[in-house]
Design a protein around this ligand. Structure first.
Ligand SMILES: [Fe+2]
Length: 281
């Protein structure tokens, strides 16, 4: 019987790649890279064999989609920020069996879901950037799942619960990662470079910090109650559906775990970022 053995909300900002590869930016995201190292240690200790990533850069408009290719391999450049993230080589085995199980379980809730084993379907950097660090080797298979920009938090709660049932029916030890921002208000273009290391707006920064306080105190019910308004008012990345999928899989208001911060809150191009791991019973 399969199980969720690791759960985390993770950052994927391209400035991490700048920190890693560009001498003029060396070290600016060392905290994020160190957080990835801690997530990797956790994954190894938990015996993770599959990373299921809710990727807010694989944005879809209808239904729930998984990339069920048996192999993800190539060389990546970001279309959104090609000056920040390019020349990233990757090669991971996929998890088609788990993709099919997730599709079946989501379909049984009445929601639409599909898995795609198509040679032309690539992988986005919400998956690739954290995997470059956490899954070096690699140590486990990778299953990317898309984020639907027109879906509700409630639909993603239901899909997340279905994902947990699918994992239980598999024979895999799965890490589920919500790869997305806290607040996500990119700085205006004319001042974008001033915001490389900042959050755009005190309201967003204060809301993010409040959310992290709620997480630290285990006040999950209050956080989940405010999640739709938080996503709407703080420009949630793809509506924060990644977070809804994650907490749906963890049991939503029944979740009783605790949160460990592996990378303290930081600003990047105006957005609020963190690496946080959620304990499992
Ligand atoms: Fe992003």
């Amino acid at each position: 019987m399969g199980e969720i053995v690791q759960a985390a909300k993770i950052t994927h900002v391209p400035s991490i790649w700048m920190s890693h590869t560009m001498p003029q930016h060396k070290g600016i995201r060392q905290n994020a890279i160190d957080g990835f190292a801690k997530l990797r240690e956790e994954a190894l200790a938990a015996g993770v064999d599959t990373f299921l990533i809710f990727d807010t850069h694989w944005i879809v408009n209808q239904g729930f989609h998984l990339n069920s290719k048996p192999r993800h391999q190539g060389r990546f450049i970001s279309h959104e920020l090609p000056h920040m993230l390019a020349d990233m080589e990757y090669g991971y085995d996929g998890a088609p069996d788990l993709a099919d199980l997730v599709v079946k379980e989501i379909q049984e809730t009445g929601l639409k879901a599909m898995a795609h084993n198509q040679p032309d379907l690539g992988v986005e950097y919400g998956t690739l950037l954290p995997m470059h660090f956490i899954n070096e080797g690699p140590i486990a298979n990778v299953l990317p799942m898309a984020a639907n920009q027109f879906s509700s938090i409630e639909e993603n709660r239901i899909a997340g619960e279905a994902i947990a049932r699918a994992i239980a029916k598999s024979d895999r030890k799965v890490a589920i990662y919500a790869s997305g921002s806290l607040s996500h208000a990119f700085a205006p273009n004319e001042i974008s470079s001033d915001y490389l290391n900042k959050v755009n707006g005190e309201f967003n920064r204060q809301m993010d910090l409040r959310v992290l306080d709620l997480w630290a105190e285990g006040r999950w019910e209050e956080f989940l109650d405010m999640l739709p308004a938080y996503a709407a008012n703080c420009a949630g990345e793809c509506g924060m559906v990644d977070t809804a999928l994650l907490f749906g899989a963890l049991g939503w208001e029944d979740y009783k775990g605790s949160c460990e911060i592996h990378t303290p809150y930081f600003g990047s191009s105006g957005t609020g970022q963190v690496n946080a791991s959620f304990s499992l019973a």
